[in-house]
Design a protein around this ligand. Structure first.
Ligand SMILES: C[S@@+](CC[C@H](N)C(=O)[O-])C[C@H]1O[C@@H](n2cnc3c(N)ncnc32)[C@H](O)[C@@H]1O
Length: 290
Protein backbone atom coordinates (compact mmCIF):
# COMPACT_ATOMS: atom_id res chain seq x y z
CA UNK A 1 0.00 0.00 0.00
CA UNK A 2 1.59 3.33 -1.05
CA UNK A 3 0.59 6.25 1.07
CA UNK A 4 2.01 9.62 2.12
CA UNK A 5 -0.09 9.24 5.26
CA UNK A 6 1.49 9.08 8.67
CA UNK A 7 0.27 9.08 12.25
CA UNK A 8 -0.22 12.52 13.79
CA UNK A 9 1.13 13.54 17.20
CA UNK A 10 -2.43 14.44 18.28
CA UNK A 11 -3.43 10.78 17.77
CA UNK A 12 -0.85 9.83 20.41
CA UNK A 13 -1.85 12.70 22.72
CA UNK A 14 -5.47 11.60 22.65
CA UNK A 15 -4.59 8.66 24.97
CA UNK A 16 -4.52 11.14 27.88
CA UNK A 17 -8.18 12.08 27.50
CA UNK A 18 -10.48 10.11 29.81
CA UNK A 19 -11.10 6.76 28.06
CA UNK A 20 -8.66 7.65 25.24
CA UNK A 21 -6.27 4.90 26.37
CA UNK A 22 -8.76 2.19 25.40
CA UNK A 23 -8.50 1.60 21.69
CA UNK A 24 -9.11 -1.44 19.48
CA UNK A 25 -10.19 -3.43 22.55
CA UNK A 26 -6.79 -2.88 24.21
CA UNK A 27 -5.99 -0.75 27.22
CA UNK A 28 -2.77 1.19 27.48
CA UNK A 29 -1.93 1.28 31.20
CA UNK A 30 -1.05 4.95 31.66
CA UNK A 31 -0.12 4.55 35.33
CA UNK A 32 2.35 1.80 34.45
CA UNK A 33 3.64 3.89 31.55
CA UNK A 34 4.50 6.85 33.81
CA UNK A 35 5.92 4.63 36.57
CA UNK A 36 8.14 2.84 34.04
CA UNK A 37 9.43 6.20 32.86
CA UNK A 38 10.58 6.91 36.42
CA UNK A 39 12.78 3.80 36.30
CA UNK A 40 14.82 5.24 33.45
CA UNK A 41 17.92 6.87 34.94
CA UNK A 42 17.89 9.47 32.15
CA UNK A 43 14.43 10.65 33.29
CA UNK A 44 15.34 10.48 36.96
CA UNK A 45 18.32 12.71 36.35
CA UNK A 46 16.19 15.25 34.36
CA UNK A 47 13.70 15.32 37.24
CA UNK A 48 16.47 15.72 39.83
CA UNK A 49 18.03 18.46 37.76
CA UNK A 50 14.69 20.32 37.61
CA UNK A 51 14.43 20.18 41.40
CA UNK A 52 17.91 21.56 41.87
CA UNK A 53 17.28 24.38 39.34
CA UNK A 54 14.01 25.27 41.13
CA UNK A 55 15.90 25.36 44.45
CA UNK A 56 12.68 25.52 46.47
CA UNK A 57 14.39 24.91 49.82
CA UNK A 58 15.98 28.36 49.52
CA UNK A 59 12.74 30.20 48.73
CA UNK A 60 12.72 33.63 50.34
CA UNK A 61 8.94 33.69 50.96
CA UNK A 62 5.95 31.34 50.89
CA UNK A 63 5.34 29.96 47.40
CA UNK A 64 2.10 29.03 45.64
CA UNK A 65 2.97 26.47 42.95
CA UNK A 66 0.91 25.00 40.11
CA UNK A 67 1.97 21.65 38.61
CA UNK A 68 0.29 21.44 35.20
CA UNK A 69 -0.46 17.94 33.87
CA UNK A 70 0.66 16.60 37.25
CA UNK A 71 0.03 12.97 36.22
CA UNK A 72 0.65 10.67 39.19
CA UNK A 73 1.54 13.60 41.46
CA UNK A 74 5.14 12.40 41.97
CA UNK A 75 6.68 15.77 41.08
CA UNK A 76 4.22 17.69 43.27
CA UNK A 77 5.18 15.55 46.27
CA UNK A 78 8.90 15.88 45.53
CA UNK A 79 8.45 19.68 45.36
CA UNK A 80 6.50 19.59 48.64
CA UNK A 81 9.39 17.81 50.32
CA UNK A 82 11.86 20.40 49.00
CA UNK A 83 9.64 23.37 49.81
CA UNK A 84 9.13 22.01 53.32
CA UNK A 85 12.84 22.56 53.96
CA UNK A 86 12.44 26.31 53.32
CA UNK A 87 11.59 28.62 56.19
CA UNK A 88 8.29 29.66 54.61
CA UNK A 89 6.70 26.59 53.00
CA UNK A 90 3.69 27.14 50.77
CA UNK A 91 0.93 25.52 48.76
CA UNK A 92 1.11 23.20 45.76
CA UNK A 93 -1.79 22.59 43.39
CA UNK A 94 -1.52 19.77 40.84
CA UNK A 95 -3.96 19.83 37.95
CA UNK A 96 -4.67 17.17 35.37
CA UNK A 97 -7.65 16.44 33.15
CA UNK A 98 -7.29 12.67 33.35
CA UNK A 99 -9.42 11.05 36.11
CA UNK A 100 -7.15 8.02 36.50
CA UNK A 101 -4.09 10.22 37.02
CA UNK A 102 -5.93 12.37 39.53
CA UNK A 103 -7.23 9.51 41.63
CA UNK A 104 -3.73 7.96 41.76
CA UNK A 105 -2.30 11.34 42.81
CA UNK A 106 -5.03 11.88 45.41
CA UNK A 107 -4.54 8.39 46.87
CA UNK A 108 -0.81 8.94 47.13
CA UNK A 109 -1.47 11.81 49.55
CA UNK A 110 -2.61 9.22 52.10
CA UNK A 111 0.76 7.47 51.98
CA UNK A 112 3.00 10.46 52.63
CA UNK A 113 3.64 12.69 55.54
CA UNK A 114 3.76 16.20 54.15
CA UNK A 115 5.98 18.81 55.75
CA UNK A 116 3.94 20.84 58.23
CA UNK A 117 4.42 24.10 56.34
CA UNK A 118 3.22 22.76 52.95
CA UNK A 119 -0.21 21.78 51.60
CA UNK A 120 -0.78 19.78 48.43
CA UNK A 121 -4.03 19.34 46.54
CA UNK A 122 -4.91 17.72 43.23
CA UNK A 123 -7.70 19.18 41.11
CA UNK A 124 -9.28 18.10 37.85
CA UNK A 125 -8.83 20.87 35.27
CA UNK A 126 -7.97 21.52 31.65
CA UNK A 127 -4.93 23.75 31.40
CA UNK A 128 -6.36 25.65 28.45
CA UNK A 129 -9.35 26.75 30.55
CA UNK A 130 -8.52 27.77 34.11
CA UNK A 131 -11.58 30.01 34.52
CA UNK A 132 -11.93 29.33 38.24
CA UNK A 133 -8.39 30.57 38.92
CA UNK A 134 -7.80 34.30 39.38
CA UNK A 135 -5.15 36.23 37.45
CA UNK A 136 -1.67 36.24 39.01
CA UNK A 137 -2.34 33.43 41.51
CA UNK A 138 0.95 31.49 41.32
CA UNK A 139 4.62 32.19 42.01
CA UNK A 140 5.77 29.16 40.06
CA UNK A 141 4.18 27.00 37.37
CA UNK A 142 5.76 23.71 36.43
CA UNK A 143 4.79 21.74 33.33
CA UNK A 144 6.76 18.58 32.54
CA UNK A 145 6.14 16.78 29.22
CA UNK A 146 2.58 18.09 29.15
CA UNK A 147 2.58 21.10 26.83
CA UNK A 148 3.49 18.81 23.90
CA UNK A 149 -0.06 17.44 24.15
CA UNK A 150 -1.73 20.85 24.02
CA UNK A 151 -1.95 23.72 21.54
CA UNK A 152 0.96 25.78 22.83
CA UNK A 153 -0.67 29.19 22.24
CA UNK A 154 -3.78 28.23 24.24
CA UNK A 155 -1.71 26.91 27.15
CA UNK A 156 0.77 29.82 27.28
CA UNK A 157 -2.00 32.42 27.21
CA UNK A 158 -3.69 30.85 30.23
CA UNK A 159 -0.49 30.09 32.14
CA UNK A 160 0.77 33.65 31.66
CA UNK A 161 -2.54 34.94 33.02
CA UNK A 162 -2.45 32.90 36.25
CA UNK A 163 1.28 33.45 36.94
CA UNK A 164 2.36 36.44 39.05
CA UNK A 165 4.67 39.08 37.59
CA UNK A 166 8.21 37.93 38.22
CA UNK A 167 6.93 34.35 38.62
CA UNK A 168 8.66 31.40 36.92
CA UNK A 169 7.33 28.98 34.33
CA UNK A 170 9.45 25.80 34.49
CA UNK A 171 9.11 23.39 31.59
CA UNK A 172 10.66 20.09 30.58
CA UNK A 173 9.92 19.23 26.95
CA UNK A 174 11.37 17.21 24.11
CA UNK A 175 12.84 18.59 20.92
CA UNK A 176 13.71 16.93 17.62
CA UNK A 177 15.28 13.54 17.71
CA UNK A 178 15.66 10.55 15.44
CA UNK A 179 15.23 6.82 15.21
CA UNK A 180 17.56 4.45 13.42
CA UNK A 181 17.88 0.75 12.84
CA UNK A 182 20.38 -1.29 10.90
CA UNK A 183 17.31 -3.03 9.49
CA UNK A 184 16.61 -0.53 6.73
CA UNK A 185 12.97 -1.58 6.42
CA UNK A 186 12.36 -0.88 10.13
CA UNK A 187 14.17 2.45 9.92
CA UNK A 188 12.42 3.71 6.79
CA UNK A 189 8.96 2.49 7.87
CA UNK A 190 9.30 4.08 11.29
CA UNK A 191 10.49 7.40 9.88
CA UNK A 192 7.79 7.42 7.21
CA UNK A 193 4.83 6.50 9.43
CA UNK A 194 5.50 7.84 12.93
CA UNK A 195 4.60 11.40 13.89
CA UNK A 196 7.29 14.02 13.39
CA UNK A 197 7.92 16.88 15.80
CA UNK A 198 6.66 19.94 13.96
CA UNK A 199 9.04 22.93 13.96
CA UNK A 200 11.68 21.22 16.07
CA UNK A 201 9.37 19.98 18.82
CA UNK A 202 7.77 21.62 21.86
CA UNK A 203 11.09 22.35 23.62
CA UNK A 204 12.32 24.50 20.75
CA UNK A 205 8.91 26.10 20.20
CA UNK A 206 8.77 27.07 23.87
CA UNK A 207 12.14 28.76 23.61
CA UNK A 208 11.01 30.70 20.55
CA UNK A 209 7.47 31.61 21.56
CA UNK A 210 7.31 32.34 25.31
CA UNK A 211 8.30 35.99 24.73
CA UNK A 212 5.04 36.48 22.78
CA UNK A 213 3.24 35.81 26.08
CA UNK A 214 5.22 38.23 28.25
CA UNK A 215 8.04 35.92 29.38
CA UNK A 216 11.83 36.09 29.13
CA UNK A 217 13.86 32.89 29.02
CA UNK A 218 16.00 33.05 32.15
CA UNK A 219 17.58 29.61 32.00
CA UNK A 220 17.74 26.68 29.66
CA UNK A 221 19.72 23.50 29.28
CA UNK A 222 19.37 20.26 27.34
CA UNK A 223 19.96 16.59 28.10
CA UNK A 224 20.22 13.77 25.62
CA UNK A 225 17.69 10.94 25.88
CA UNK A 226 18.88 7.72 24.29
CA UNK A 227 16.78 4.60 23.90
CA UNK A 228 18.38 1.33 22.90
CA UNK A 229 16.54 -1.75 21.72
CA UNK A 230 16.65 -3.13 25.25
CA UNK A 231 15.17 0.01 26.81
CA UNK A 232 12.44 0.26 24.15
CA UNK A 233 11.47 -3.35 24.88
CA UNK A 234 11.48 -2.89 28.63
CA UNK A 235 9.20 0.16 28.25
CA UNK A 236 6.68 -2.05 26.45
CA UNK A 237 7.26 -5.62 27.67
CA UNK A 238 3.79 -6.84 26.67
CA UNK A 239 3.90 -5.08 23.31
CA UNK A 240 0.73 -3.09 24.09
CA UNK A 241 2.12 0.16 22.69
CA UNK A 242 3.52 -1.58 19.61
CA UNK A 243 0.26 -3.44 18.93
CA UNK A 244 -1.78 -0.24 19.47
CA UNK A 245 0.39 1.65 17.01
CA UNK A 246 0.10 -1.24 14.54
CA UNK A 247 -3.72 -1.07 14.74
CA UNK A 248 -3.62 2.70 14.28
CA UNK A 249 -1.42 2.34 11.19
CA UNK A 250 -3.85 -0.14 9.63
CA UNK A 251 -6.93 1.82 10.72
CA UNK A 252 -5.60 4.97 9.09
CA UNK A 253 -4.53 3.01 6.01
CA UNK A 254 -0.94 4.11 6.45
CA UNK A 255 0.13 0.46 6.13
CA UNK A 256 -1.72 -2.68 5.04
CA UNK A 257 -2.22 -5.63 7.44
CA UNK A 258 0.66 -7.48 5.74
CA UNK A 259 3.01 -4.49 5.88
CA UNK A 260 2.25 -3.85 9.52
CA UNK A 261 2.82 -7.50 10.39
CA UNK A 262 6.20 -7.44 8.66
CA UNK A 263 7.04 -4.13 10.36
CA UNK A 264 6.18 -5.25 13.92
CA UNK A 265 8.01 -8.56 13.51
CA UNK A 266 11.11 -6.88 12.08
CA UNK A 267 10.98 -4.15 14.72
CA UNK A 268 10.84 -6.70 17.55
CA UNK A 269 13.70 -8.73 16.08
CA UNK A 270 15.84 -5.62 15.58
CA UNK A 271 15.04 -4.39 19.12
CA UNK A 272 15.87 -7.79 20.66
CA UNK A 273 19.19 -7.81 18.80
CA UNK A 274 19.77 -4.23 19.99
CA UNK A 275 19.85 -2.96 16.41
CA UNK A 276 17.63 0.06 16.99
CA UNK A 277 18.53 3.35 18.60
CA UNK A 278 16.53 6.47 19.23
CA UNK A 279 17.97 9.78 20.33
CA UNK A 280 16.10 12.86 21.48
CA UNK A 281 16.77 15.98 23.50
CA UNK A 282 14.97 17.16 26.58
CA UNK A 283 15.01 20.90 27.15
CA UNK A 284 14.68 22.26 30.66
CA UNK A 285 13.63 25.89 30.51
CA UNK A 286 12.80 28.54 33.08
CA UNK A 287 10.84 31.48 31.69
CA UNK A 288 10.22 34.49 33.91
CA UNK A 289 7.09 36.60 33.53
CA UNK A 290 8.04 40.24 32.87
C1 LIG B 1 3.19 12.61 29.76
S1 LIG B 1 2.14 12.95 31.11
C2 LIG B 1 3.26 13.79 32.21
C3 LIG B 1 2.86 13.70 33.65
C4 LIG B 1 3.85 14.37 34.65
N1 LIG B 1 3.97 15.78 34.42
C5 LIG B 1 5.19 13.71 34.58
O1 LIG B 1 6.18 14.34 34.19
O2 LIG B 1 5.27 12.51 34.92
C6 LIG B 1 1.16 14.29 30.51
C7 LIG B 1 0.04 14.67 31.47
O3 LIG B 1 -0.63 15.83 30.98
C8 LIG B 1 -2.02 15.67 31.16
N2 LIG B 1 -2.73 16.55 30.22
C9 LIG B 1 -2.72 16.50 28.88
N3 LIG B 1 -3.47 17.47 28.36
C10 LIG B 1 -3.97 18.18 29.41
C11 LIG B 1 -4.83 19.31 29.52
N4 LIG B 1 -5.31 19.94 28.44
N5 LIG B 1 -5.13 19.77 30.76
C12 LIG B 1 -4.65 19.14 31.87
N6 LIG B 1 -3.83 18.07 31.82
C13 LIG B 1 -3.49 17.59 30.61
C14 LIG B 1 -2.25 14.19 30.91
O4 LIG B 1 -3.47 13.73 31.42
C15 LIG B 1 -1.03 13.58 31.58
O5 LIG B 1 -1.25 13.27 32.93
Amino acid sequence: MESENKLERSEFSSVWKDGGNIKFGMKLDLVKHLLQQREDPQWTSCKQRMLSVLDLSNATGPLVILDVGCGLGIDALAMAEQLGRSSHGGRIVGIDWNSEMLSYAQNSLQDVELPQNVTVEFVKADVTNLDTIADESFDLIRADITLQHIKLDDALKELSRVLKKGGRLATLEGSVGGFWSSDEFVSSTYNRCMPTSPLGGTGIQLYLSVRNYGFSVSHFETSAMVNTGASLLSADPDGVKLKGIAKMLVGKQVLSEEEVEKYTESYLTAAKEDLVLSLGFIMLQISTKN
